[in-house]
Design a protein around this ligand. Structure first.
Ligand code: FAD
Length: 472
């Protein structure tokens, strides 16, 4: 319980609007949407300016009060939830820091407050005929500060990179309260350590991001969207390689989905329909996008698809003939996570391996899973173009859900060990949070881990910034 002196001090900094103590108002901020993490706090601070954030952090550093930053609370690894494991922490939300969005169309950049949603960043860019390519299902709620802090990925990484590639400048409050300002949209700057890069993916452990400068791109004017039926991930890899070549690297989406996932969607999610007349072992959702209206690309793609059918790589395929049909294809992909709930309990992995390793990785992991967890039903799906799979495993049919879920850690260890053999990552998109700290400690390169701890101790000697995250 924080003393009234502390609460008065915070009130002096933010004014009454920035102090939230009502349990009802705090409640949605102390639980994660997947229902896996439930925390608690007596106080949520909602500063409106960078200066207020700086004063709050400085005060907390002086009084050794721990802070947990939160943006849209769409994270899934327990990184933005205060009070987990009995810690006393104050929540600091950026929800009032969402007023400023400035587009510089000629500079292909946009500078935004940390609390702006990704949807609002996309919309502001689009108004000036520019593309902000970060796109993820949580974009209506997740924030600029949140995506930078988790280095979010989404469906366009293949073409435009992760948030790290899209971030050109950051303003942040460091754990001692100092304002670090590198908010320009400079593309070239070789003046020593790039602190920006440390803050990206730091999950709120090295400071609070208050503003971000993002890179923009020319607006995509034409999209070709395909739903393809194939026999295996190895074929998907060949198609990806070849499609990148013939389109001049204009493939912007390349997602792989198993038949098990599609059938769960079709059987359980309303208003969905199979794009192809027969089922196939695997499917690809592919999108090619151009910034010009270019009919020659359509011809190139038609010829390519015909050749792929003839050589037997492609078993069947459909091209979206309208925006409505395109959305229908996307609905199948986006419903995958929800649909798997109808298959019973599932154990999740958010992994990546080098793109060319994906087929072998899937094969090896399927074999190992069958040996150790007979009849479990692996359902990997996602961003083949980035080597990133949501490698979820459903319980065997007719078995007890709780028994199956009790294998969570041992199954994670088995899958993560194979990932590590391939020099992959145990967290491709969602971060470490509190969920994967043990696995990070077990599998991260010891030299990297030691350097991370040294950096944390140097920048945050009182361990006030998100103390339970990344390290135990
Ligand atoms: C339906 C759905 C789909 C998703 N799809 C994807 C996807 O495709 N790809 C992907 O990568 N992720 C995805 N996610 C995960 C999530 O949306 C991202 O992790 C997002 O980046 C979190 O942003 P947020 O603003 O909600 O951050 P929060 O959830 O509030 O916080 C996430 C982490 O960042 C820290 N943080 C937040 N704001 C700041 C700040 N201003 N300064 C410092 N630290 C801060 C928090 O302390 C926490 O550790 C998805 C989530 C959902 C619910």
């Amino acid at each position: 319980m924080l003393s009234n002196d502390h609460i008065d001090a915070f009130k002096n900094i933010t004014g009454p609007k920035g102090i939230i103590t009502g349990a009802d108002e705090i409640a949605p901020h102390v639980k994660e949407w997947r229902g896996k993490f439930f925390g608690k706090t007596d106080l949520m601070l909602a500063p409106a300016t960078t200066d207020q954030v700086s004063q709050i952090v400085s005060y907390c550093n002086d009084h050794k009060i721990a802070l947990v930053p939160q943006g849209g609370n769409t994270g899934v690894v327990g990184g933005g939830i205060p009070g987990l494991e009995g810690r006393n922490e104050v929540l600091i939300t950026t929800k009032r820091m969402n007023k400023n969005i400035v587009v510089d169309a000629d500079d292909y950049s946009i500078i935004v407050d940390a609390g702006c949603t990704i949807q609002s960043v996309q919309d502001a860019a689009a108004e000036q005929d520019r593309l902000f390519p970060l796109s993820l299902a949580s974009e209506g709620s997740c924030t600029a500060g949140g995506v930078v802090s988790t280095n979010a990925g989404g469906v366009h990484v293949l073409r435009y990179g992760t948030t790290r590639a899209l971030t050109v400048g950051i303003e942040a409050v460091l754990p001692n309260g100092q304002i670090y300002s590198d908010l320009s949209s400079l593309r070239k700057d070789n003046t020593g350590y790039a602190l920006n890069q440390l803050l990206i993916g730091a999950e709120g452990t090295l400071g609070i991001i208050t503003k971000v400068a993002f890179r923009l791109y020319p607006m995509e004017k034409q999209r070709y969207t395909y739903w393809l039926g194939i026999d295996s991930p190895a074929t998907a890899l060949k198609l990806l390689s070849s499609a990148r070549e013939i389109t001049g690297d204009r493939v912007s989406v390349f997602e792989i989905l198993p038949e098990l996932g599609l059938s769960l969607v079709l059987n359980n999610i309303p208003d969905t329909a199979a794009p192809l007349t027969a089922p196939y072992p695997w499917y690809v959702l592919m999108e090619v996008a151009t910034t010009t209206r270019d009919n020659s690309l359509q011809l190139t793609l038609d010829t390519w698809l015909e050749a792929m059918m003839q050589n037997g790589l492609l078993l069947d395929g459909a091209e979206a003939q309208s925006e409505a049909q395109r959305k229908a294809f996307w609905k199948l992909r986006e419903s995958m996570s929800e649909a798997q709930k109808y298959g019973g309990g599932s154990i999740k992995h958010d992994i990546s391996v080098p793109v060319s390793h994906v087929p072998v990785f899937i094969e090896q992991t399927f074999t190992a899973l069958e040996k150790h967890f007979p009849k479990c039903r692996p359902m990997p799906f996602g961003h083949l173009g980035d080597g990133n799979l949501h490698f979820n495993v459903l319980q065997p049919e007719g078995t007890n859900k709780e028994d199956f879920l009790s294998e969570w850690s041992s199954m994670n260890a088995l899958v993560h060990d194979i990932v590590t053999e391939h020099k992959g990552s145990i967290s491709a998109e969602h971060g470490i949070g509190t969920l994967k700290r043990e696995e990070l400690a077990r599998l991260k390169d010891p030299a990297a881990l030691a350097a991370m701890r040294t950096l944390k101790a140097a920048l945050d000697p009182n361990n006030i910034m998100n103390p339970g995250v990344l390290f135990k």
